[in-house]
Design a protein around this ligand. Structure first.
Ligand code: COA
Length: 254
């Protein structure tokens, strides 16, 4: 079965991350497929709303660590950057449904979504420093904007997870639901949006977001350059090896 399931109903296209054995972590192939699906959804008149979700127990464990080692993104054309580009300029409403862990890009992509609904088991984390790397997806710009500087520093410097209630409080999440009810609720919200006058919806999203687009693209490129470099350096290599070997990383000799 595919790692990304696609379902379309009444103007709502739903992409479901479906790699449960690896906690829906994202490989280069998945980024490439997501980038294509976002571009297709953008151009398809039948699609008025896009939904991105995982399962009831996990949204996304971030980048696949083995893939990071074997296929590190080393140019602006790498699949992850194509995905981020498609995400940041996606012109139609984008709704996320998040249950369980949302790690790394599993959290940072949410700052680009229009509506985020979370199961009460959602746990958000951006452990870039713990992995010897730096923020991506313009999170160094958007996280302090949304959460305030000190909470952003806690999430990005300490890499501490925060739960659904905290995400609701800071405004990253619109509403919390029981995980068993989330998918149906998200579909209802999607259908509501799909029934509204399309031009009004698109124009409103454009007006909400367009002013910041150049800044976001610039930050994604700036972060991306440093991220790619740091990924090949000793601290990241030690952190990734430690994850694979199920041990704590040792940064003391690096
Ligand atoms: N890349 C590759 N494999 C991953 C992964 C990732 N990001 N996240 C989880 N997996 C794999 C594990 O290696 C394990 O595989 P195995 O069964 O073949 O050993 C499987 O998924 C289950 O993971 P496990 O850690 O046992 O599940 P858990 O429920 O205890 O914890 C997470 C879930 C998501 C909290 C935890 O797996 C985690 O922290 N993952 C790493 C997240 C990360 O650092 N991502 C990069 C961010 S930039």
């Amino acid at each position: 079965m595919s790692d990304i399931l696609i379902h379309q109903q009444g103007g709502v296209c739903t992409l479901t991350l479906n790699r449960p054995d690896k906690k829906n972590s994202l490989t280069s192939e998945m980024y490439a497929e997501l980038a294509n699906l976002f571009l297709q959804a953008q151009g398809d008149e039948q699609i008025r709303v896009l939904v991105l979700q995982g399962s009831e127990t996990v949204f996304c464990a971030g980048n696949d660590i083995s893939d990071f080692i074997e296929n590190p993104p080393n140019s602006p054309n790498a699949p992850v950057f194509k995905f981020l580009h498609a995400l940041v300029q996606f012109p139609k409403p984008l709704i996320a449904g998040v249950c369980g862990p949302a790690v790394g890009i599993g959290t940072t992509l949410l700052f680009h979504c229009d509506l985020v609904y979370a199961g009460d088991n959602a746990a958000f984390s951006m452990p870039f420093v713990n992995l010897g790397i730096c923020p991506e997806a313009a999170s160094s710009l958007l996280v302090p904007q949304v959460m305030g500087y000190q909470r952003a520093a806690q999430a990005l410097l300490l890499g501490e997870p925060f739960m659904a209630e905290a995400a609701l409080e800071v405004g990253l999440v619109n509403q919390i639901l029981p995980p068993t009810e989330l998918k149906e609720f998200v579909q209802r919200q999607g259908a509501k949006l799909a029934a509204k006058p399309l031009k009004s919806v698109l124009e409103t999203k454009r007006l909400l977001k367009a002013h910041q687009l150049p800044q976001l693209q610039k930050r994604i490129a700036e972060e991306g350059e440093m991220f790619s470099k740091m990924l090949t350096e000793p601290p990241a290599l030690e952190a990734m090896r430690a994850f694979q070997e199920r041990r704590r990383p040792d940064f003391t000799k690096i």
